[in-house]
Design a binder for this molecule. Structure first.
Ligand code: AMP
Ligand code: GLY
Length: 420
């Protein structure tokens, strides 16, 4: 099969790495890719937000399966355009991608399907939102309705912060994403993520993971796209996973099908677990980044068969099997991230890191300049390892981190602390 992966981050590097292990893959192309991906696959310069350009490319290159990495092209209908052109595609329609692209939509689906989640109000004008916050108090969570690259959520501890967040959002701080605002009850508990594949009818769990969203050790400081992850997440016990499937995932998928927008792709459910009960924090309609890296490390070659089956409506025949082991990834980010940072610093020592089914350095934001690997983003490398125990995976990952010579970067030293 000829496979095309859309995206350019560590998530896509890990998807490419897993696909290449599958003997059914004859040719792998990634658009646009990054310096790490270019080391294992053919990269193509392509505007992945442009549906007709992607369709044209897929037809020209005789692509048999497109795997869409990030949410933006999904929300823009790129998977719809591909399917209309008869190209098999892993990733939901724009209508189904509203589960990530609109907080209000997801809240309405939860209400209609009975899925437990935080109580909320939805506002299109600032005065009503201010009045709601005055009435309900703090802590509270203020969210821009639309896609805001992970930055549209403000947890307000004081009324002052809450009012300021509302003014910012309606004032255009998040562009069109903030034209509508959702205000939620603040939930307490432990957060973890459940990943399932769906083909529009059937659902298959492919594992759990826990992210580390804050930039600082001990989960302190500002939110980031994720500073590290591990899989499995022990807080999602088999019992809690079964409840999440029965109470949240299956009702959501049934409601989506009922509305004529069946979901096909990977659904990433961010869950809050308190007193043994899961509640939905949010859905994403794509793999998490860096959660994908640990899932791919554990799933290996079968990941491609499972995504193919989801795209093809054959999930009922599939079973996900993974070794009873653990994977952990440490994000190396540019100094200053998630605030301002500089690009272009040289990263050395990567060639000393092992690359096998237990150890991989996935590239997130890198480029190759004059033969050297340079930082080209905020989150730059995902140092990932597998082990028989979480401790072993973690030791392997940090051993690689210590071999990488990049004074302009940093990482958290405590990835996995909740489980260890
Ligand atoms: P989201 O973009 O919806 O995932 O929100 C980003 C992060 O904000 C989540 O991963 C949670 O850590 C936190 N968060 C979002 N909504 C809530 C809530 N209702 N209660 C507590 N924390 C929340
Ligand atoms: N790591 C969080 C996300 O991918 O949304």
């Amino acid at each position: 099969m000829n496979i095309l992966i859309l995206g350019s981050g560590g998530r896509e590097h890990s998807l490419a790495w897993a696909v290449l292990q599958n003997p059914k893959c004859d040719r792998l192309m990634v658009a646009p890719g990054n310096a790490g991906i270019a080391g294992i696959a053919e990269c193509a310069a392509l505007d992945i937000m442009d549906g007709s350009a992607v369709v044209g490319f897929a037809e020209e290159e005789s692509i048999d399966l497109v795997i869409v990495g990030p949410e933006a092209p999904l929300a823009a209908g790129v998977a719809d355009r591909l399917r209309e052109a008869g190209v098999l595609t892993f990733g939901p329609s724009a209508a189904a991608a509203q589960l990530e692209a609109s907080k209000r939509f997801t809240k309405e689906i939860c209400a209609a399907s009975g899925a437990p989640t935080a109580s909320y109000g939805h506002f299109t004008d600032a005065a009503a939102a201010h009045a709601h916050v005055d009435a309900t108090g703090v802590p509270t969570v203020i969210k821009a309705d639309g896609l805001a690259a992970g930055k549209g959520v403000i947890i307000a501890e004081t009324l002052e912060q809450a009012h300021a967040a509302i003014d910012d959002m309606f004032g255009g701080a998040f562009g069109g994403a903030g034209a509508e605002v959702v205000i939620e009850e603040f939930m307490t508990g432990e957060e973890a993520s459940l990943f399932v594949l769906c083909d529009g009818k059937d659902i298959l769990s492919i594992g759990t993971a826990q992210d580390h969203k804050r930039v600082g050790e001990g989960d302190t400081g500002p939110n980031t796209g994720g500073m590290g992850a591990y899989s499995p997440a022990p807080v999602l016990s088999p019992e809690i996973q079964a409840r999440a499937m029965d109470e949240i995932i299956r009702p959501t998928m049934a409601e989506m099908a009922k509305r004529g927008m069946p979901f096909q792709g990977v659904l990433y459910a961010g869950l809050m677990i308190e007193d043994g009960a899961p509640r939905l924090v949010e859905y994403n309609v794509r793999f998490g980044d860096p959660e994908c890296q640990v899932l791919m490390m554990r799933l290996g070659a079968q990941a491609m068969d499972l995504m193919h089956a989801a795209a093809d409506g054959r999930l009922a025949e599939c079973k996900a099997e993974w070794a009873d082991d653990h994977a952990l990834t440490v994000v190396l980010a540019a100094n200053g991230y998630p605030g301002d940072y500089v690009k272009g610093s040289v990263i050395r020592g990567l060639e000393t890191c092992p690359e096998d089914s237990f150890n991989m350095v996935f590239h997130a934001g890198t480029a190759r300049t004059n033969g050297e690997i340079v930082a080209n983003g905020g989150r730059v490398l995902n140092v990932t390892a597998r082990g028989a125990s979480l401790q072993e995976a973690r030791d392997r990952a940090y051993a690689m981190v210590d071999q990488i010579d990049w004074p302009e970067g940093f990482c958290r030293r405590d990835i996995g602390w909740r489980a260890l």
